[in-house]
Design a protein around this ligand. Structure first.
Ligand SMILES: [Zn+2]
Length: 402
């Protein structure tokens, strides 16, 4: 086994509160850590570091855990820049544009889709994402959703079935028929290919009863649960996510006090998507109120062709700080350990002993530069756990919420 010493770190963020300054960020100056077999084996002061086989001298740079992007829609064809252009000229987003991407994705070959996924995963990785969640949801047929899940599995184990993204046009006058397909044959076909199930529960999408039916059916097939909740309007989706023990409720633009209390008293992570609000010129989710209430907050890109074609987690961090009132440290934690919590993963999003050695060396002396210099490409080196080849085994569901 080869050991590597990463040393002369100006500012090391471990996200392990037992290390360094004792805060949630577990921060150390003049630090070093040892990587053995892809895991962190030792963390401490550079002056006390043990001998190792090889050495990576980062010359005073800041080092942070790799970003964990817990919400993306990377499997799609086509693009919708014309919609974005129109929206910026004053037309509000009403959720109807998904059907365009569904048509383009159904018409695309597997090779086209595969190269699109690879390009987007490459962009996210280049920006420092080392763990990623990928959803289906742009074919909405049994075989189409299965195809998209197989493609997602080439990028990650964190694969989410989102057959309940919207009602496809052929079922526009038969919602009950689509619900029966979702909870019957489509789930049957897709459950073995996914770790998670998600529903777009919102105005113009699926209502509470429909979302509950899909999520309960998915849970009975062993899938963990996530929910697109309260993005476009206030409704009961957050309460439903908490009641069903979902790992995450995502978007959360419209929350009342009861929603805040429900999230704060639960293990359901509040996953925020400031890129979507930025790209749709919408109100930002009340991140400060969530944090002050005691909820666990994650940040994600929500990378998708309609409302958030964002592939930079550093940009998401900058938005969270500038537009949502998070501190620089809160935003970094939410983009790393918060994302890991939203995926119920214990060994990513931090650099404590035993964690996967997914880390980013920044072209900056402090992690605050991620928000301080928006748009700058500060990730110079990273070791990533995103596999570059297709996974041969079904994703593990060991830590999925039942
Ligand atoms: Zn989404």
């Amino acid at each position: 086994m080869t050991s590597t010493l990463v040393t002369r770190i100006g500012e090391l963020t471990t996200n392990d509160p037992t290390l360094g300054d004792g805060t949630a960020l577990g921060r150390l100056g003049s630090a070093a850590f040892v990587v053995e077999d892809g895991r962190v084996a030792w963390v401490g002061s550079a002056s006390a570091a043990p001998e190792c086989d090889t050495r990576l001298d980062v010359a005073g740079a800041a080092v942070v855990p790799g970003f964990v992007d817990s919400h993306t829609h990377l499997v799609f064809a086509g693009e919708r820049s014309d919609e974005f252009e129109a929206r910026m000229a004053g037309r509000p987003y009403d959720g109807g544009g998904i059907a365009r991407t569904v048509a383009a994705t159904r018409a695309a070959s597997a090779d086209e889709l595969r190269s699109g996924v690879a390009a987007r995963v490459g962009a996210l990785r280049a920006g420092g994402v080392t763990t990623i969640e990928v959803k289906s949801g742009y074919e909405l047929t049994t075989e189409g959703e299965a195809r998209d899940l197989e493609l997602a599995r080439t990028a990650t184990e964190q694969v989410t079935w989102l057959g309940a993204h919207t009602v496809p046009p052929e079922y526009a006058h038969d919602r009950a028929g689509y619900l029966a397909l979702l909870t019957g044959p489509m789930l049957e076909r897709c459950a073995p290919l996914a770790r998670w199930a998600d529903v777009f529960c919102d105005r113009g999408a699926f209502d509470l009863d429909e979302a509950r039916a899909v999520l309960e059916a998915a849970r009975s097939r062993g899938l963990g649960l996530r929910l697109h909740a309260n993005q476009l309007a206030h409704g009961g989706a957050v309460r439903l996510a908490v009641e069903l023990g979902a790992a995450s409720a995502d978007h959360l633009t419209h929350l009342d006090e009861g929603d805040l209390e429900a999230l704060a008293g639960s293990s359901t992570v509040a996953t925020l998507t400031p890129g979507a609000e930025f790209c749709t010129r919408s109100a930002y989710a009340p991140a400060r109120r969530l944090l002050d209430a005691g909820a666990t907050v994650a940040l994600s890109t929500d990378c998708n062709p309609g409302t958030s074609y964002v592939t930079s987690m550093a940009f998401v961090i900058a938005l969270a700080v500038r537009e949502m009132g998070l501190t620089c440290d809160e935003a970094l934690w939410s983009a790393t350990r918060g994302g890991a919590r939203a995926l119920r993963l214990d060994d990513v999003g931090h650099l404590g002993v035993g964690a996967r050695a997914d880390f980013l060396v920044l072209d900056a002396p402090r992690a605050a530069h991620l928000a301080y210099r928006p748009g700058a490409d500060l990730v110079t080196t990273h070791l990533a756990s995103v596999p570059s080849r297709p996974l041969r085994h079904p994703p593990s569901r060991r830590s999925a919420e039942r």
